[in-house]
Ligand binder design. Structure first.
Ligand code: ADP
Length: 238
């Protein structure tokens, strides 16, 4: 599903080159639920953004679902993001002036779906995230947990096989956080959606089957549940 080859991301600062990511290699298979952990500033979000085509690596290649991201021009990259990946962020990133239904329909409308198709799909998606009947409400009228459910419905709109979630429970209390993790787990198990989730929360990471640890831009551990801890040496070339 995801092949990451020798990925580096370098920022040129006054003080010199800063490696946010250093020559990382990793493969994620279809249907995996992976948590990316590590201290703040270690490169977790950068890696997620590169996988999702929100940013370009300085060097290295990423392939997602058979698509080599470095071969895409900006137009195809936009299409890739809209159709192949569902993004979920810590602060939900819903548009406050739009209703729940309009927020969910954004990518469907951009892909020129008809009004009837959109209405039907929005209803389906709201049912899937347990928010039936909320289409005409505004995000501000919903709780944080409900807003994150709307964000997940929006992420699912184009039926992507991959969800990238950056601290999806970071703004939520325990109960709402657990509900969101349960929803992600269900999507992973029942719909075989591959999930890559950045989190610093052990409890959130426990929902995943595999944990990749990043420190100072390098993957330092990669372990699967039920497998004896295995410190990986990948990515330490730079
Ligand atoms: P994490 O998600 O693990 O907290 P990030 O991926 O957000 O870390 O950031 C990794 C490192 O890259 C941090 O040290 C951050 O300050 C740096 N960084 C991110 N974006 C930029 C940028 N645009 N310019 C310079 N440094 C950046």
């Amino acid at each position: 599903m995801i092949t990451i080859q020798d990925i580096s991301k370098v920022y040129t600062l006054e003080s010199g080159d800063f490696y946010a990511l250093k020559k990382n290699n990793v493969q994620i298979k279809k249907g995996e639920f992976v948590a990316i952990m590590g201290p703040s500033g270690s490169g977790k979000s950068t890696l997620l953004q590169l996988i999702g085509g929100l940013d370009h690596p300085t060097s290295g290649n990423i392939a997602v679902d058979g698509v080599q991201l470095n071969t895409l021009d900006e137009k195809d990259m936009t299409l890739f993001r809209r159709t192949r990946v569902g993004f979920v962020f810590q602060n939900y990133q819903l548009l406050p002036m739009m209703t729940v239904g309009e927020n969910i329909a954004l990518s469907l409308a951009a892909n020129k779906a008809s009004k009837t198709e959109i209405d039907k799909r929005v209803k389906q998606l709201l049912k899937e995230v347990n928010l039936e009947g909320k289409e005409t409400q505004f995000p501000s009228q919903l709780s944080g947990g409900q807003q994150q459910r709307v964000a997940i419905a929006r992420a699912l709109a184009m039926k992507p096989k991959l969800i990238l979630a950056d601290e999806p429970t970071g703004n939520l209390d325990q109960k709402n956080g657990e509900d969101i993790l349960q929803l992600l787990s269900r999507l992973n198990k029942e719909e075989q959606i591959t999930i890559v989730m950045v989190t610093h929360d052990q409890q959130a990471a426990a929902a995943a089957e595999r944990i990749i640890v990043i420190r100072d831009g390098e993957i330092t551990a990669d372990r699967k549940k039920g497998v004896i801890n295995h410190e990986s040496m990948v990515g330490s070339m730079a």
